[in-house]
Design a protein around this ligand. Structure first.
Ligand code: G1P
Length: 293
């Protein structure tokens, strides 16, 4: 009889990348701290995880990423000033961030690839299932993306990846899957390849930075070797996992923004800015004025 799977409660946020697609903004500030309207990307991602019941958080950071730790810490001076000045609303908003979640931080000393970043958390994960979330992919929908994955994981006890269809000319930016469609709409992943050319891509379904894994993935990552771009790719180890166990893909519902690129970032800000109840209508007026020119 198989062993009973432990409860899913851990999530890894790899946040050690150089943010090369967003230079020079990311020269001295982490790309995870890029702001959509008034909140950094990493806070959106942590809130999404908490809404899916994932409250044991590990951030894999690197040099120059201190701002992330400060963001989720108590800001004693700021909180004192806000309170003394009677700005109770702002005080609540700021202090709530430090109470939101306990985070373990560890450093990936060299940016050797996403697979390597995830492997850095091996001892912390032990033999539990775990999620991975890439904060530069912002996904907004009625049901948080991680909760959509969790629903499939709880039902199947299998690893599950968030997918979205992308134009064929964009496949070389992503991990792309080969799949067989099951009766209930789930994709059973038979293979996947990191950043294929449009001609060689097995489909147009991309892995969009939301994952839940059985503990087996960590064991496979131990033996991972560099792949595309000479980096230890997470995708290669998931492909191996899919040869050993069932791995599902689920097409995520919601709007996705690749906010780690300038265009995706602008689109995310425009979309969430327009939806903002406080200043959305005024923002719309300004944008329409610009478009009329
Ligand atoms: C990473 C993954 C890739 C995935 C993408 C989603 O690539 O390696 O499989 O499709 O995130 O954003 P990166 O964007 O780090 O190059």
């Amino acid at each position: 009889m198989g062993r009973v799977m432990k409860r899913l409660r851990k999530i890894i946020f790899p946040a050690a990348g150089h943010g090369t697609r967003f230079l020079p903004a990311t020269k001295a500030s982490p790309k995870e701290m890029l702001t959509i309207v008034n909140k950094p990307l990493i806070q959106y991602a942590v809130e999404e995880a908490l809404e899916a019941g994932l409250n044991q958080v590990i951030m894999v950071t690197g040099r120059g990423k201190r701002a992330i730790e400060d963001h989720f810490d108590v800001s004693f001076e700021l909180e004192t000033v806000l309170r003394n000045n009677g700005k109770q609303d702002k005080f609540e908003e700021v202090s709530q961030i430090s109470r939101m979640v306990e985070i373990v931080y560890l450093r990936q000393k060299m940016a050797l690839g996403l697979g390597h970043a995830v492997r850095c958390a091996e001892h912390w994960v032990e033999d539990e299932p775990f999620a991975v979330s890439l904060a530069d992919e912002l996904i907004i929908g009625d049901v948080p993306a991680m909760a959509q994955l969790r629903e499939v994981f709880e039902r199947t006890h299998c690893s599950v990846l968030g997918l979205m269809e992308v134009p064929r000319e964009h496949v070389s930016r992503y991990g792309i899957v080969a799949y067989e469609r099951e009766a209930d709409g789930l994709f059973r992943l038979v293979d996947m390849v990191e950043k294929p050319s449009p001609e060689s891509a097995p489909s147009c379904y991309a892995i969009v930075g939301r994952y839940i894994f059985t503990p087996r993935l960590m064991k496979i990552l131990r033996h991972a070797v560099p792949g595309t771009n000479n980096e230890i790719q997470l995708t290669d180890s998931i492909a191996r996992l899919a040869k050993e166990e069932t791995v599902y893909g689920v097409v995520l519902q919601g709007q996705r923004f690749d906010a780690g690129t300038p265009l995706g970032f602008l689109l995310a800000n425009a979309t969430l800015g327009l939806a903002n109840p406080q200043f959305g209508p005024e923002f719309r007026k300004h944008l329409l004025g610009l478009l009329d020119r």
